[in-house]
Structures are given as C-alpha cells and as structure tokens.
Design a protein. Structure first.
Length: 182
C-alpha cells in the first residue's frame, strides 16, 4: 500500500473518531504488536496523542523502555487479524510472522510500521508523568504516513464483548464550519 507524507498536526482526522489501532514497538531485536482502543488526541501542534497501555501488557515495558512506538490504523480488511493480535501475547510469538504482516522501517523511530495498515503514525514519548499512576503515555507524532485512497477508510470501533462497529458514511458540513472551532 503506497503512502505519502502527511502533516502530523492533522493526524486527528484519523484518530479522533476512536478507531481501533495496532501499536507496534521494538526493544532491542524484539518487535511486538498490540491491539488498542484506548487513545485520544490531546493537541494539534505539536501533535500529541495519549495511549492507555495496561502494565500487564507485553508491549508496556517494550514501549516504556524504548520511549517510542508506531500507531497503525487498520481497516476492516484486517478485522480478524486485529482480534487475533489482541488475543495473543508477543511474549510467546512473533506477531508479524504469525499474522503475515509486513514490518517496514520507520523514518524517525525504531519501531516498525505495519505495511498493511492504511496509516502509520511514528511516535516518541513526550511525557511519562501519568504512566506510573494511570498507565497513560503521552506521545508526539513525529512522522505520519497515510495512503491517499480511500480518503475516508472503513475503520473498526470496539463496542465491547468482541463486537465492533464499522465507521459510517461521511457527512459534510463544510459550509457551517469555522476554523478553530473543532
């Protein structure tokens, strides 16, 4: 999937609706992927996002130690893979190999991009003051890669109990929009 550079201060377009993401990490020679639904956009410029990563998750120490990750945006084409990744531990398996995903080199961080995802957001730890108390990491998106089409990809939104919703139709209200309001 060919991607082009994308302004990091606009990644909220892909993250604000709350899609499920795949977070890839690297520590030393080991890589991992985790399924994550607990994230939020915190600031536009610099582009800051918050991720809640459970301390019991294999990725927690990898990301805490490396201080970086890649937030990858899968589409509905990867639904079964997203669920399977979330049901396994990278402590026992190589998830890239197990699930047939392509680890691509990132431009700014050591963690790999997932080639099959619609978008990849390279992140560096910006603030760790909330990690010990809440498992909440604040990352700065330092590089963004987004496929040009589709403009509005179908993404997964977790509703609990193994059920997902798919992003719905696009509704434009550009005529009512005032910059800086949303």
């Amino acid at each position: 999937m060919k991607k082009s550079d994308f302004p990091v201060d606009r990644v909220r377009r892909f993250l604000e609706p709350g899609p499920i993401v795949l977070v890839s990490s690297r520590r030393g020679e080991r890589t991992n992927i985790m399924t994550l639904g607990w994230h939020t956009v915190l600031e536009f410029s610099p582009s800051l996002i918050g991720l809640m990563i459970s301390a019991g998750n294999h990725s927690f120490e990898m990301i805490r130690g490396s201080r970086e990750c890649v937030v990858n945006l899968p589409t509905t084409a990867l639904t079964d893979t997203v669920v399977r990744i979330g049901n396994t531990s990278g402590a026992q398996i190589d998830k890239f190999a197990e699930f047939g995903l392509t680890a691509l080199p990132a431009a700014e961080v050591g963690a790999p991009l997932i080639g099959e995802c619609h978008a990849n957001f390279e992140c560096r730890l910006h603030e760790d003051a909330l990690v010990d108390r809440y498992n909440f990491f604040i990352f700065e998106v330092v590089k963004a890669h987004v496929a040009p089409r589709p403009k509005h990809p179908e993404t997964l939104h977790y509703t609990g109990d193994g059920v997902f919703m798919v992003s719905g139709r696009v509704v434009s209200r550009r005529s009512l929009f005032r910059p800086g309001m949303l």
